[in-house]
Ligand binder design. Structure first.
Ligand code: FES
Ligand code: FES
Length: 141
């Protein structure tokens, strides 16, 4: 597997051995799905979290990314970072931290932005689903 020289070894590691590739059932009430795209390049990232309903802890995470090496590496890192954390906590993860961790060059910053957006979208999806299901059981006036 050959990647351009400017990629940092951490990117190549996550590209060759991505962590947590896969999918959860998006209809599972414990699952939040974030699906985001980068208009600039057309790359798409799906990141999913599985949340403990009582504690709000993210028990598991997985991703599928159709995109460049930096996007795959960013999503791989993102799934590692969100596991075991609280939902509010992962909302503070910045793309710049991911980019720094992977030593991404400036032109590849938007790839890590996808990962930040995907985390936020996954949390939002989970919260929306949860609000909906608790709303369903109440009788509206
Ligand atoms: Fe080439 Fe994203 S622009 S993979
Ligand atoms: Fe578009 Fe990496 S080049 S996500």
């Amino acid at each position: 597997k050959i990647l351009p020289r400017f990629y940092h070894e951490k990117v190549i590691d996550h590209f060759n051995n991505p962590r947590n590739v896969g999918s959860f059932d998006k209809n599972d009430p414990a699952v939040g799905t974030g699906l985001v795209g980068a208009p600039a390049c057309g790359d798409v990232m799906k990141l999913q979290i599985k949340v403990d309903d009582t504690t709000g802890e993210i028990l598991d995470a997985c991703f599928k990314t159709f995109g460049c090496g930096s996007a795959i590496a960013s999503s791989s890192v993102a799934t590692e970072w969100v596991k075991g954390k609280q939902m509010e906590e992962v909302l503070t993860i910045k793309n710049t931290e991911i980019a720094k961790h992977l030593s991404l060059p400036p032109v590849k910053l938007h790839c890590s932005m996808l990962a930040e957006d995907a985390i936020k979208a996954a949390v939002k999806d989970y919260q929306t689903k949860r609000a909906k299901s608790s709303g369903d059981s109440e009788t509206e006036p």
